[in-house]
Design a protein around this ligand. Structure first.
Ligand code: DOR
Length: 427
């Protein structure tokens, strides 16, 4: 298939310019003013739109194998493509856990079969995410795994975490930590603070996140191995990472769209739609996380797309599982809620996470001839609202119904093929 996308503002890590882009045989064939379409080229008019490297999500729960009633690799990949993503890292809290080569290979193959975005499986740090025994890191890294995480839980045991860092350093892979000291969060349903006391609900203190951020920063200092901090949510965590980066430690961090747009006040509705882990925090925390993204302390925006079926999310707060959808709304939430240059927002959605995932040979590449054609075309100014029935995800647990979003994906190109055209998935 060959394609000419005309009239777009091209935005990548090299800057911004007006250019047409020709795509053929999976690659960007040419970038320039007034490109002449060749015979058989499909032409897409992108006047007024922005064209960038495809987005990369470091944190997607695809639920397959094991919880296919909530999402499958196919439905999650379609949601990703509609959100402008050309690559996602699949979290390992599946059933069975992605803790061995056969499950990791299964996830990769299902991603290829769906063909809607590149699915890069992560693997768990501990067997069954049980926190007791390390997974076969060498075998898993030989099978192409670049990120290891027990996401959904943090690794509680500091000795085990130290050993994991030592293996990771040897194998040139990255550990991604879900920062939560569980002794401090048992039974919690929301952020511990004024709102929580007022509602009389059990709280999840900021300290539970910050203690683990601090511990792992010190383990990085000791071992020299890199860490990636998942879904940072508190002002204190942002301060810790900012100081650690000033010490030149190999640390990266992400923030979710919900932690830059929603606060614990939403729990006044008692709706489990707003229950998420780590929980929605205060406006001061939201401001600190936004500031962390703006000054580069936080490297990436990652969705923590966590589909759950309605029956479970309609349960009372203490029984409902934590998590919310993110893939189809990440761009719209980010542009609406961040006071940052568009180039920096797109960097946090694309080339920066591509580097952290170790996939920056194929994703998040500059828009130049010869590069793989993984691209997103979006309208950065379109205001829109989510219609849950129109989501591609199998689940409906989005907190953004009735919330104005800004910035909407129009076309997504994966290895030269349109996966989304005019806002509609092509398969
Ligand atoms: O809210 C969350 N949901 N946080 C996590 O860490 C896990 C996720 C899930 O898998 O549902």
């Amino acid at each position: 298939m060959s394609l000419v996308i005309t009239g777009a503002t091209v935005l990548d890590q090299t800057g911004e310019r007006r250019a047409d882009v020709r795509v053929a045989d999976g690659l960007i064939a040419a970038v320039g003013a007034d490109l002449e379409p060749a015979d058989g080229d499909q032409v897409i008019d992108a006047s007024g739109l922005t064209l960038s490297p495809g987005f990369v999500d470091l944190h997607t729960h695809l639920r397959e194998p094991g919880r296919e009633e909530a999402e499958t690799i196919e439905t999650g990949s379609r949601a990703a493509a509609l959100g402008g993503y050309t690559a996602v890292v699949a979290m390992p809290n599946t059933d069975p856990t992605q803790d061995c080569v056969s499950v990791v290979e299964f996830v990769r193959r299902q991603g290829q079969a769906a063909g809607l975005c590149d699915v890069f499986p992560s693997a768990s740090i501990t067997v069954g995410r049980g926190g007791e025994q390390l997974t076969p890191f060498a075998e898993l890294s030989a099978a192409g795994v670049r990120l290891f995480t027990d996401d959904g839980n943090g690794v509680q045991d500091p000795l085990l975490m130290r050993r994991a860092f030592e293996y990771a350093l040897d194998l040139d892979v990255t550990l991604a930590q879900h920062c939560e000291v569980e002794r401090l969060t048992g039974g919690a349903v929301m952020h511990e603070g004024d709102c929580c006391s007022h509602l009389g609900l059990p709280g999840w203190p900021s300290l539970a996140e910050e203690l683990m951020v601090h511990r792992d920063i010190e383990l990085v200092r000791l071992t020299g191995a890199p860490v990636h901090f998942l879904h940072l949510s508190t002002a204190g965590s942002v301060d810790l990472v900012r100081a650690a980066k000033a010490d030149r430690l190999p640390i990266t961090a992400e923030a979710t769209p919900h932690h830059i747009s929603l606060t614990d006040e939403m729990l006044r509705t008692y709706s489990a739609i707003y229950k998420v882990n780590p929980p929605l925090r205060t406006m001061d925390d939201v401001t600190a996380v936004r500031d962390g993204l703006a000054d580069g302390t936080i490297d990436a925006i990652a969705t923590d797309h966590a589909p759950h079926v309605s029956e479970t999310k309609e349960q009372p707060l203490d029984q409902a599982p934590p998590g919310m959808l993110g893939l189809e709304t990440a761009l719209g939430v980010s542009i609406a809620h961040l006071d940052m240059d568009l180039a920096d927002i797109v960097g946090a959605l694309s080339w920066r996470p591509a580097g952290i995932a170790g996939i920056d040979d194929t994703h998040g590449r500059p828009v130049q001839a010869g590069e793989p054609a993984n691209l997103t075309v979006f309208d950065p100014t379109e205001e829109w609202e989510v219609v849950p029935a129109q989501l591609a995800s199998k689940s409906r647990n989005t907190p953004y119904v009735g919330v104005p979003l800004r910035g909407r994906v129009k076309h997504t190109v994966l290895m030269g093929e349109l996966t989304v055209e005019n806002g509609t998935a092509t398969r």
